[in-house]
Design a protein around this ligand. Structure first.
Ligand code: 5AD
Ligand code: FES
Length: 353
């Protein structure tokens, strides 16, 4: 069995792709059974691939959680509109610029502005914030992540100077998508947004949750194949973790192993992609992010949000790094990255062909 699985892994390493059925079988065999030799083999090839393109460099992005107000109602998400138990907040322009100032001093050269789909974050407001960041920090990249927007809005933000956009597709199976989202959201619109962002010239990040409710190995294989078509520059994945005040409160989390397997496969299929080791991975296991680097992840996105709002941006239960100052997070990560032989770099960390 181990030999057969290792052969499949070899083929993915060599060709960068595989059929849906093969991917699904491989994912199932490694994740659901004790195929530790195959898991270690995947890890070694993924590590070798990341090393070939990035050496021991880990890129870092400062994440600013701008608003937890959201018109959407994704069933998995703690800041969904129907959650009446959370205290809502929104940062103003000055708050965001303060975070950037602090982040710049700490060595961040990419700022990620993320938030819910908040009507007060109008196209012109966000464009104005982006312009100011670019004026103050011309050598930094600005990444936006404010969900699904009109094409004109994405264009305006691009013209204002935004470099990148993060929008996970969440799942590439239409029926599965519908089981995770409210009736007014559609898979087609999600995909339309992603292709639109690419056309507009953004470096695009997509991705999915691992172990989300009702997900099967076949769905995960479909996620990988969807990404081979989209060809994103960045791919963010992390385990699903339930939030106590959502309809998925009682559901099981995605596991560390499942997530590591998917990071490893992503690295083999997308050798040059920017793949973060996410906060959710660090939440389900104390050394989750370190392990992510050993499976080919090469980006980390510590929190730059003001400490006063961090506990309010709870997408899932027990999220880490909500009590720490930005400087603490940065130096903690420095140590974590070093503990597995990598180095955090002061760099925009653009995608390179
Ligand atoms: N568990 C894990 N990840 C989540 N996200 C939202 N809710 C959860 C959850 N409960 C992820 C989604 C979203 C990103 C910002 O956070 O994939 O795209
Ligand atoms: Fe935030 Fe360790 S990375 S405290």
């Amino acid at each position: 069995m181990a030999d057969r699985l290792c052969q499949m892994i070899d083929r993915i390493y060599e060709y960068g792709q595989a059929d849906k059925e093969i991917l699904a079988a491989l994912i199932e065999e490694i994740c659901c059974f004790e195929n530790n030799d195959a898991l270690e083999y995947l890890r070694q090839l993924a590590y070798k691939t990341a090393h070939k393109y990035f050496g021991n460099r880990i890129y870092t992005r400062g994440l600013i959680e701008c608003t937890n107000i959201c018109r959407n109602d994704c069933l998995y998400c703690g800041i969904r509109k129907s959650n009446q138990k959370i205290e809502r907040y929104r940062l103003d322009k000055e708050d965001i610029l303060d975070c950037c100032e602090e982040g710049y001093a700490l060595g961040f050269r990419t700022f990620v502005l993320q938030g819910g789909e908040d009507g007060a974050y109008t196209p012109s407001f966000v464009a104005d914030v982006v312009k100011s960041i670019k004026e103050n920090y011309g050598n930094c990249a600005v990444t936006l992540s404010f969900g699904e927007q009109e094409s004109d809005t994405y264009r305006l933000w691009k013209e204002a100077g935004a470099d990148r956009y993060l929008l996970r597709h969440e799942t590439a199976n239409k029926r599965h998508y519908e089981s995770l989202h409210p009736s007014w959201m559609s898979y087609e619109n999600r995909v339309r947004c992603l292709y639109n962002l690419k056309e507009l010239g953004y470096q695009v990040g997509s991705g999915f949750m691992v172990g989300s409710p009702y997900q099967t190995p076949l769905h995960l294989a479909e996620d990988l194949l969807f990404l081979t078509e989209l060809k994103p520059h960045m791919i963010g994945i992390g385990p699903f973790i339930p939030h106590k005040d959502t309809p998925f409160a009682g559901m099981a989390s995605g596991t560390l192993k499942q997530t590591l397997v998917m990071i490893g496969l992503l690295r083999l299929m997308f050798p040059k992609a920017l793949i973060p080791s996410t906060t959710s991975l660090g939440t389900i296991a104390p050394d989750g992010r370190e392990q992510g680097f050993l499976y080919g992840a090469n980006v980390v996105m510590p929190n730059l949000s003001p400490v006063a709002v961090r506990k309010k941006y709870m997408l899932y239960d027990n999220k880490i790094c909500t009590g720490e100052e930005s400087a603490q997070c940065r130096s903690c990560l420095d140590l974590r990255v070093k503990s597995v032989g990598f180095e955090l770099v002061v760099d925009r960390g653009d995608y390179k062909e």
